[in-house]
Design a protein around this ligand. Sequence first.
Ligand SMILES: C[S@@+](CC[C@H](N)C(=O)[O-])C[C@H]1O[C@@H](n2cnc3c(N)ncnc32)[C@H](O)[C@@H]1O
Length: 205
Amino acid sequence: MSFEPHIPEWGLDDFKKHKDKLIEYHKWLKETAIKTGLISIKTDQFIWDEFIIHSLYFAKLIKKFKNLKECEIIDLGTGGGIPGIPISIVNKTNVSLVDNKQKRIFELERLVKILSLKNAKPTKKDAKIVLKEAKNSIIVMRCYVSTSNILKSLEKKQLKENNLKIFVSSNSKSSDILNDMFHVKQEKFLINKNNFRYIDVITDM
Ligand SMILES: C[S@@+](CC[C@H](N)C(=O)[O-])C[C@H]1O[C@@H](n2cnc3c(N)ncnc32)[C@H](O)[C@@H]1O
């Protein structure tokens, strides 16, 4: 099955620098991740667009925030390492890949060795506990929970006091949410020539 490893203009720089590892990860997703049940059967193009290109936009948003060196990136409900693996390929910051299923963690441990990723750490933990305990972190989630459910689980001042920023994949268009506790800005981007996706960026007021 052939596929086109294209990238929208917003990601060209990262792609040029990290093409080999991104293609190797694509190969692992379409072979090992499908075989071991980490992802369901998908076309090669779907894996590239929806998993890899989508993940790279999380990395692009993360780069906008300063003092990244002092921060950890945490991918909650990482599954096959989405978006945490592409983030760790294009970014030197440490990335925790959190999932509560041991089988997924074993496979991810093998993957980080295959890709020689020194900054990616698979971790078996409950995401809810990690979210409560996180400090000085950028938390990313793709297809794990909705923005509204995350907002319900956050405590007032938690983002400010613990220095957290939260990025959540979002399915639909919604206007930016502003209340007295959090600010949610929706980022819209192309994953290929025709299809847009959304990521909600939750910060403190
Ligand atoms: C729908 S998959 C999404 C995987 C990946 N982020 C993606 O975009 O393809 C959700 C993942 O969250 C994990 N998960 C579910 N509940 C969890 C929990 N309480 N703590 C940590 N991981 C959890 C599941 O094992 C699964 O790998």
